[in-house]
Structures are given as C-alpha cells and as structure tokens.
Design a binder for this molecule. Structure first.
Ligand code: COA
Ligand code: ZN
Length: 301
C-alpha cells in the first residue's frame, strides 16, 4: 500500500441526484447528506449551480447550500458550476470551494455546458481572477474517452491540464464521465499526471458503466491517488453523455477499502444504511445488493 489513508469524496447529492428525473424534495436531499456525514464522510459535493432548464433537479441549490453551511461549519462542502453565473451564485451563498467543469472532448463540452473550449477556459480565467480566494477543483470530464470523440492520447490530456494549470488551477479531478476506462488506462493516465503535476491535488471520479468502477478506483489508489469520488447507492450519470451509468458506489467501495485495511474514517454499516434508506425514498438506478453481514457469526467450515 503506497498510502493507507483514503479520503472518499461523496458526490451523490450532485452527480447521483442530477440523473434522477423526479424532483427529490429538499428535505430528503438534506437528510441524505446528514446520513452521509453521520457515517463519517467529511468531503461532500452537495449540489450544482446550473441552469434549472438544463438540470431541473438542482433548482434548490441555494437552499441546500445555505442549510448545509449552517449545519456543517467544519465539513468540506462544495458545489459544481458550469460557468461564471453559477460561480457567482455559489459564492453569494457562502461557498469557498467549487468544482468547475470542462470536458477534454470539445463535443461533450458543447453538449454539456454549451461552450467551446476557448469559452470555457476564458470563463475559468474570469472566475479565478474575480475570486482569488476561492478553491477551484477542475473536473476534467471525459478524461478517459468520450462517446463522440473516442479515446484521447496522453499528450492531449496533459495539454488540457496544462492549459488550466497555467491559469492557476492546482486541483484536478480526472473524470471517467461515461465509464470507458479500464485499469491499465487509469494507471498510465494517473502516473503521467502525477509525474507532470507533482504540486497538484489529483482526484479521480469513475462511472461504473461496465462494472469496472471499483477496480478502476482501486487502480488509481494503487498508483498513489488518495482522494476518490464516489456516490451513495452507485447513483449518477451525466444527462449529456449517452450511455453513462452510475458512479462507483460509496458503500461498496468503503466496504472494500475498510476490509482491505485502508483507513477511510467511514463506518461501513452506517453508510450502507444511508444507501438503503435512500433507496427506499428515491427511485433510481442503484447498484449493489445492500446486504448487512452478521459480524457475530464467523463460520469456520
Ligand atoms: N445557474 C442558473 N441559471 C443559469 C446559470 C447557472 N449556472 N447559467 C445560466 N443560467 C440561466 C440564465 O440566466 C438564463 O436564464 P433565462 O433564460 O431566464 O434568461 C438561462 O439560464 C440561459 O442562459 P445561457 O447563458 O444562454 O445558458 P445556456 O442555455 O447556454 O446553458 C449552461 C448553459 C451552462 C447554463 C447550461 O447548459 C447548464 O447549466 N449546464 C449544466 C450541465 C450539467 O450540470 N451537467 C452535468 C454535470 S457535469
Ligand atoms: Zn460523474
């Protein structure tokens, strides 16, 4: 093990919920965040400040943010924004950390945020200049390939990161937006990124389209990444990326890491009951079987 402490970053309240068509009442969103916090998570993407026409599910972003800021002053909470408009709204609500998203695939970027690369990078620069104290994580969407444009060479991916690095970004989240990655691609990409950007924080965000979410996330850990994004219940998916399924499931990933001896700080049973509870309340495409183990029974045969 290169590192034994793994930080799980919960993105279910954003990536998981954005793909649920029926509006989830704000109180259920907040209750889910509460359960995730009670299970031990300390780093949560709570919502996104996006156009309600694009993602109606996120229309309560302001209320979710204000209530979370009030309730969890000591927890790292942040939101996704696609543009300056969203960044302003999030900062006005009091957030000090944001995810800004640009796709390596220009086609996906146009579909997702209706912008060319030049437009998205220009807006990123404006946000960095306007809010110098804001922590910006860049979601590098489609980093492992895109349904429209195929796989990207490592030079393209590194060049993309460099463009943002030159503007001042020091935190990158490599996203397998559609779930096209496989462990050797994760390894080669992560190794190259870590070698070229040793002064940056690197996270990984995987979709489980071909049931490779867990092995891909584990491959990243084995290359030295210690910040992994997952979503409660394995919900998730980008409405503008055809074929995308849910994220690596938080409860399954935590179960595996805890069993393997990594320190996550998360209680496996509490996160599992949070997932079960959510499944009872919100209809969605869940992964995992949500089985509790009787710890008092250890069979010797
Ligand atoms: N939050 C809320 N409203 C926003 C907004 C934001 N971040 N950005 C723009 N708007 C509003 C504008 O005020 C305008 O409102 P109006 O119609 O009442 O005048 C409307 O949305 C259209 O504005 P425009 O700048 O023309 O946006 P657009 O239609 O080109 O859409 C995005 C661009 C980025 C706002 C939209 O595509 C979006 O929100 N995408 C989110 C994608 C996403 O979340 N994907 C999954 C996560 S990666
Ligand atoms: Zn995602």
């Amino acid at each position: 093990m290169k590192q034994d402490r793994i930080e799980i970053i919960e993105v279910g309240p954003r990536d998981g919920f954005q793909n649920v068509s029926e509006f989830i009442p704000t109180d259920i969103k907040l209750e889910t965040i509460d359960r995730v916090v009670n299970a031990g998570l300390r780093n949560i993407q709570i919502t996104s400040f996006v156009s309600p026409k694009a993602i109606p599910q996120m229309r309560d972003a302001e209320e979710v943010t204000r209530r979370c800021l009030e309730k969890y002053p000591d927890i790292r909470i942040f939101a996704l924004v696609p543009n300056l408009y969203g960044a302003r709204a999030a900062v006005e609500c009091g957030l000090s950390e944001l995810t800004y998203v640009i796709s390596v695939s220009e086609t996906h970027n146009r579909n997702n945020v209706k912008r060319t690369h030049v437009e998205s990078f220009n807006e990123l620069e404006k946000i960095l200049n306007l809010f110098p104290d804001l922590k910006i994580n860049l979601d590098v969407a489609t980093a492992f390939g895109c349904p429209y444009e195929g796989e990207f060479s490592i030079e393209v991916v590194l060049g993309f990161l460099e463009r943002a690095y030159n503007l001042g970004v020091r935190s990158f989240n490599l996203c397998d937006t559609v779930g096209l990655a496989y462990p050797s691609l994760i390894r080669s990409t992560v190794e190259n990124v870590l070698a070229k950007f040793p002064d940056c924080e690197i996270q990984i965000h995987i979709h489980d389209t071909r049931n490779m979410g867990i092995v891909n996330s584990l491959a990243a850990i084995e290359c030295g990444i210690n910040k992994i994004q997952t979503a409660l219940g394995g919900l998730g998916g980008c409405p503008f990326a055809p074929g995308a399924s849910g994220n690596t499931s938080t409860e399954d990933f935590v179960y595996m890491l805890n069993k393997m001896g990594y320190k996550t700080g998360i209680n496996s049973d509490l996160i599992l009951s949070a997932a079960k509870h959510l499944k009872e309340k919100v209809e969605g495409n869940y992964s995992g079987h949500h089985i509790f183990i009787n710890k008092n029974k250890v069979s010797t045969q």
